[in-house]
Ligand binder design. Sequence first.
Ligand code: VGL
Ligand code: ZN
Length: 191
Amino acid sequence: MSSQIEDAFQPGDALTIVDVQNDFCPGGALPIAAGQEVVPVLNRYIRAALTKGLPVYASRDWHPRDHISFKQRGGPWPPHCIQDTEGAQFHPELQLPESVIKITKGVRFDLDQNSIFHETGLEHELRSKGIVRLWIGGLAEDVCVLASVLDARRCGFEVVLIANGTKPVSAEGGKRARQQMHEAGARIEPD
Ligand code: VGL
Ligand code: ZN
């Protein structure tokens, strides 16, 4: 029997999982409340994508030590997702397939990359694969998910936000982010 997710997936879709890393989950360096709850939801989407032969992308925040976005450098964030540390690893229960295509961001010394499109070449990659629609979930809804959804829309991709597969840094920020994503033309599902 096919799942509802499988039925909703179409050729030209890609699943895009943003920054589901230990540091963004409870116990991590920049914990998002209930961040780990996105994992079983996104695992269902991964299984459906594989069944339908759709590509799965997973981004990771991957900062050099002493990154410009860290508080000690005048940035907004505590140190997090430092390259090759435990905190930067994907959540251990996230069932990424061997075929996963990783997007590594936050590596630049001179700027932060909240959006998975920002200076990563992802637009080129998606177009070369004939992708027209992205299903996006992950962490954090009001930071990297928001920036990525807005950039995807600017690039002309259709976007479905996996609403139960994302969590915000703050509840208030999450409400605003959802509104902004909706206004930018992203479908929010399930609503
Ligand atoms: C993120 C804060 C700092 C995110 C990354 O992935 O949403 N948030 N760096
Ligand atoms: Zn970061």
